[in-house]
Design a protein around this ligand. Structure first.
Ligand code: FAD
Length: 504
């Protein structure tokens, strides 16, 4: 039988996940092969690690985009085991796990017992200076307040979508949103709480309200369940310590490189921007910006939503319109390293969150050298500022030099360092239109996109714009796209993707 060719457009986590699954199918005997086309000269999309040296030769591992994946989602562990790089996964240094929140000129430690933004311990809530007394009482009211509506049998969070702002203000009050939920929960998606769909991002909050009657009760029940699981399945002696956040020893690039190696250099083309996509009698024709054309039996579009909009315009106007209705916001990360002697003594924390109400030009700071092992040389501290997001798009018009100086000044002030402390290295990673915004009704739009695409033979969309921005979600969406197009091509391929119990 003729070997069928699938073109994967976009070399981020979704495109890599798709290409690798096609290779596994080919190795299992299916008559299929792939070509991965990436417009940038570098593969990985939002996974971008640089190994940088300072003037004295000290080495830094810098992730300019994603720097972590969570243990609860199995896709990365599964892929890493298949690639033989599971030993390279490293957990965050739990001993430094502390989050600091900016309030005025102070950094306030996230009180013990806060789960997401819900307090589950009375004394730390009572004593924290993070909230005013009226706000603390208002948060406690959540315990007594019934759900806004009772869902009918079979209804889900999607039927009762609500914005993060509306939900948190309703359950816990404005200050709970402004001081924590906005920077923490909204921050994960770099989203505006006024627009952000809870059904698409944290449906568990809406479910908890239904099941437990209150968020505090829901989170308490969740904590009890976790503690029971820990008692029932204690870690085996000598096992790697468990952490919520993980990364790779030499940065997220290791995942990109591992997959690229398994897919094979001859199937990957970087610097290959796809300009258009068209149906031809026997399949698909892809035209590159250079004018070159490539034909394929199937195509997986694994680009950002705005890039997919352009490619889908000729194929299905309605799908293109729906894709165009997924807004994207831009952001930048600004990593920089300081001499340890210039920094405060207490560096046992992961990060700082700066709520929008503080009106600072910075959203967050990660202390990479405390969060991860071996990120900076002895005597140096590696930090990463995060700027932009939907409410601060104008800031990204600043030059790299100005962004670096702005982030430096914020770090110096927040950490109480000497005003003239200068970084030994600094850089800027810009992510233009890099964060899809899951706004109210997002899941309904994605359902409609998928419904329409299911009728287009040999075509699938994949990526963080649809059902989860996390890297594991993106990999899985690439894999799901492969299942769809292989099905269209009449190729049967099933693999056991079950994860060991610990990771489920
Ligand atoms: C700053 C930042 C930090 C993040 N941190 C985390 C984190 O710590 N953990 C986590 O799980 N998630 C994180 N995320 C989210 C996560 O990184 C992304 O959702 C995910 O990597 C997106 O993968 P993707 O394959 O969908 O898209 P992308 O990585 O955006 O890949 C799409 C690719 O398509 C290419 N492309 C576009 N148009 C064309 C074309 N016409 N022709 C050819 N190629 C094209 C692009 O160049 C790009 O490489 C972060 C995101 C950002 C922006």
């Amino acid at each position: 039988m003729r070997v069928k060719r699938v073109i994967v457009i976009g070399g981020g986590a979704a495109g890599l996940g798709a290409a690798y699954k096609i290779r596994r199918a080919a190795e299992a005997g299916c008559d299929v092969d792939c070509v991965l086309l990436e417009k940038d000269t570098r593969l990985g999309g939002k996974l971008a690690t640089d190994i940088v040296r300072d003037a004295e030769g000290g080495e830094y591992v810098i992730d300019g985009g994603s720097d972590a994946f969570i243990s609860g989602k199995p896709a990365i562990g599964r892929i890493a085991r298949m690639l033989g790089i599971a030993e390279e996964m490293v957990p965050a240094r739990e001993e430094n796990k502390k989050t600091l929140i900016v309030k005025g000129k102070r950094l306030i430690e996230l009180p013990d017992g806060i789960m997401m933004f819900a307090p589950t311990k009375l004394v730390p809530l009572a004593t924290t200076p993070l909230y005013s007394w009226p706000a603390k009482f208002r948060m406690a009211l959540d315990w007594f307040m019934p759900p806004k509506v009772r869902w009918a049998e079979g209804e889900t969070a999607q039927d009762h979508d609500e914005t993060l702002e509306s939900f948190v203000v309703r359950r816990m009050g404005r200050e709970s949103l402004d001081r924590l939920a906005e920077p923490l929960v909204g921050g994960v998606h770099a989203s505006d709480p006024k627009e952000m769909s809870l059904a698409a991002t944290f449906p568990n909050f809406l479910e908890m309200e239904q099941q437990s009657g209150s968020l505090i009760k829901g989170f308490l029940a969740e904590r009890k369940k976790r503690e029971e699981m820990r008692r029932k399945y204690p870690p085996k002696p000598g096992a790697k310590p468990w952490a919520f956040f993980n990364t790779f020893r030499r940065g997220m690039q290791q995942l990109t490189d591992g997959i690229a190696g398994a897919v094979g250099a001859k199937r990957i083309r970087t610097g290959a921007e796809v300009a258009s996509l068209e149906r031809i009698s026997e399949g698909w024709r892809v035209t590159l910006a250079s004018g070159e054309t490539l034909d394929a039996d199937a195509v997986i579009v694994a680009t950002e939503a705005w890039a997919a909009t352009r490619l889908m315009r000729e194929i299905d106007d309605d799908v293109a319109d729906l894709l165009a209705s997924i807004p994207c916001s831009s952001s930048a990360t600004v990593p920089m390293a300081f001499r340890t002697e210039d920094c405060p003594a207490d560096l046992a924390w992961f990060g700082i969150l700066s709520p929008q109400v503080e009106k600072r030009p910075i959203l967050a700071v990660t202390l990479s050298s405390s969060k991860w092992p071996d990120r900076s040389p002895e005597g140096r501290v590696l930090l990463r500022g995060f700027v932009g997001g939907p409410q601060n798009q104008r800031m990204l018009e600043a030059s790299d030099e100005d962004l670096i100086e702005m982030v430096r000044a914020q770090i110096v002030e927040l950490l109480g360092m000497k005003g003239d402390a200068q970084p030994v290295i600094a850089s800027v990673y810009r992510w233009v239109g890099g964060m899809p915004q899951y706004t109210l009704g997002h899941l309904d739009r994605v359902d409609e996109i998928e419904r329409r695409c299911s009728d287009i033979r040999g075509l699938a969309l994949a990526g963080g714009a649809y059902r989860g921005v996390g890297i594991p979600n993106c990999i899985e969406s690439g894999e799901a796209a492969v299942s769809k197009v292989l099905g269209d091509l009449g190729i049967e391929y099933a693999e056991d993707t079950a994860a060991p119990a610990r990771e489920r």
